[in-house]
Write a protein that binds this ligand. Structure first.
Ligand code: FE2
Ligand code: FE2
Length: 499
């Protein structure tokens, strides 16, 4: 359907003098960001009930008159990347009804020494118009707008919506050029443990966080999606979030709600991006392809895409352009969760060979509601040149138990937790933080370290070894044609028509 759009405009912020840069790196980032005030609702927002932000609420109220039309007020606001993670951020939000009140983001840098009042109330130097579409399966609109030409070393303050119905003002962190940190968990849900995990992530103030599938457990129920995004809003509007789809996202027209409600690079449900010297590849891991496999060849398309992207990443790593390749998806490849052990054989046969061929360093996954880390592994055995799998499926929804622990397993725990990754040059340190006590009761904000490991980037000889060409059929000039023909052929088979 057509959505009415207000006229667009784009003002690029002026270049700035960075004599007094905020140095948001390493320990400095924690201190600097902890001192940023958490901005109250100048424009009113449905997230207020879920905003347990730390620190004094020291900003003035009422910079912007409250909206008279509550349906037009942005809700479920969350930040991500759809382009360069250093100089852009994309905001996505929802409004009720099908009349577009306007899809804009207004933004500007947070200057050193800027007061809370200035952050909340000063005019914004830049405005960008976004895109709007009907929210999948419900009488609401999904809005998305991208901030561009951001100053890498400065946090950015912003609000979204339109005149008369702005969100309150939020602050996103700067994008560091050197060391950076991200957090990961999966299988989130909407309970107290889910919020405790988000609180833990926020306390550590990473540069972004990843949810490895099974986000809301809506299973196609849209009020559940709305509630999940409203709970997420105070966190994900202040720390960018990237996600991979899980099997519970698939239970909605092949991921219709998921694809509509979240803005991400590429196709949105599978994509790659570089952050610092790390290449991230987010795969569906087969989550969204089950029902229509024969009809539209999505699985074939994804396997071909992953092969080409991993080959490119391995070549770039061999040239010294990046240090690590990280796969993010929902499904574990190998697991010791009771009842699901020992492996997802589909992924062993279809995917694991690619991880080993191109030397993927980490597989960051969920699905099994446990915490488990492997040693470098492959084919169900320890293997020096293999990948490390981190199963972070204990992100809130529930906890499960273990079968006997395999030889490839380095650590296992039945704790609500998330993992923090610190990437500093060719060294990656990961720390897993429990948000509960040993009896799984929530620890009231206290974080307990339950695992820590460190890996060094592969040396130049290993990098060269993994710099392999993709399969000729999908790495050559005819790859697009082959894939198109496969789709056509499969569609004809599906309709039982002769070729
Ligand atoms: Fe799950
Ligand atoms: Fe799952």
């Amino acid at each position: 359907m057509l959505i009415h759009r207000k006229p667009s405009s784009l003002i690029v912020p002026p270049s700035v003098d960075l004599r007094r840069r905020l140095l948001l790196r390493g320990g400095a980032s924690l201190a600097s960001l902890a001192s940023l005030p958490w901005l109250p609702g100048c424009g009113g927002n449905s997230s207020a009930d879920f905003d347990p932000a730390p620190g004094p609420n020291n900003l003035p109220q009422g910079c912007v008159p409250p909206a008279t039309d509550t349906a037009a007020v942005p809700r479920g606001l969350h930040a991500s990347f759809t382009g360069d993670p250093v100089s852009t951020r994309t905001l996505t939000w929802f409004t009720d009804g099908l009349e577009d009140p306007g899809t804009f983001v207004e933004y500007g840098p947070v200057w050193p020494g800027m007061s809370g009042e200035q952050m909340a109330c000063e005019p914004f130097p830049a405005r960008a118009a976004g895109q709007v579409q009907q929210t999948h399966g419900v009488q609401a609109l999904t809005h998305a707008a991208t901030m561009v030409a951001l100053q890498p070393d400065l946090p950015v303050r912003y609000r979204v919506g339109a005149p008369g119905a702005w969100s309150d003002v939020r602050v996103l962190p700067a994008a560091p050029q050197g060391a950076f940190r991200f957090c990961h968990f999966g299988d989130h849900g909407r309970n107290d443990a889910s919020l405790a995990v988000l609180d833990g992530v926020r306390a550590l103030q990473p540069d972004f966080f990843i949810i490895a599938g099974d986000l809301s457990y809506a299973n196609g129920d849209h009020p559940t999606w709305d509630d999940w995004f409203n709970r997420l809003d105070p966190y994900a509007s202040r720390i960018p979030m990237l996600t991979a789809p899980g099997n519970h996202e698939a239970e909605d027209n092949g991921g219709g709600a998921y694809k509509n409600r979240i803005s991400q690079p590429g196709l949105g449900y599978r994509y790659t991006f570089d952050y610092g010297r790390v290449c991230f590849l987010f795969s569906t891991g087969g989550s969204l392809v089950g029902g229509n496999l024969a009809q539209d060849a999505d699985l074939v398309a994804e396997l071909a895409w992953a092969e080409v992207e991993l080959s490119r990443a391995a070549a770039r790593r061999a040239r010294g352009e990046i240090d690590f390749i990280v796969l993010v998806q929902h499904f574990t490849i190998w697991t010791d969760q009771s009842g699901r052990e020992p492996a997802n054989l589909s992924l062993v046969l279809l995917e694991e060979g690619k991880l080993l061929r191109y030397g993927v360093d980490l597989a960051v996954v969920g699905h099994d509601h446990i915490y488990q880390r492997s040693v470098p592994m492959g084919r169900g055995r320890p293997r020096e040149d293999g990948y490390i799998q981190i199963t972070g499926g204990a992100g809130g929804q529930s906890l499960r138990g273990f079968a006997p622990i395999s030889h490839w397993s380095a650590t296992d725990a039945i704790r609500y937790c998330f993992t923090e990754y610190i990437v500093d040059g060719p060294k990656l340190t990961a720390i897993t933080w429990a948000v509960d006590r040993a009896d799984n009761s929530l620890a009231g904000g206290e974080l307990t370290e339950i695992d820590r490991f460190e890996i060094q980037a592969r040396d130049s000889a290993a990098r060269r070894l993994f710099a392999q060409s993709p399969e000729p059929a999908i790495g050559g000039e005819d790859a697009e044609k082959l894939l198109a023909n496969t789709r056509r052929r499969n569609a004809l088979h599906h309709r039982s028509e002769p070729l």
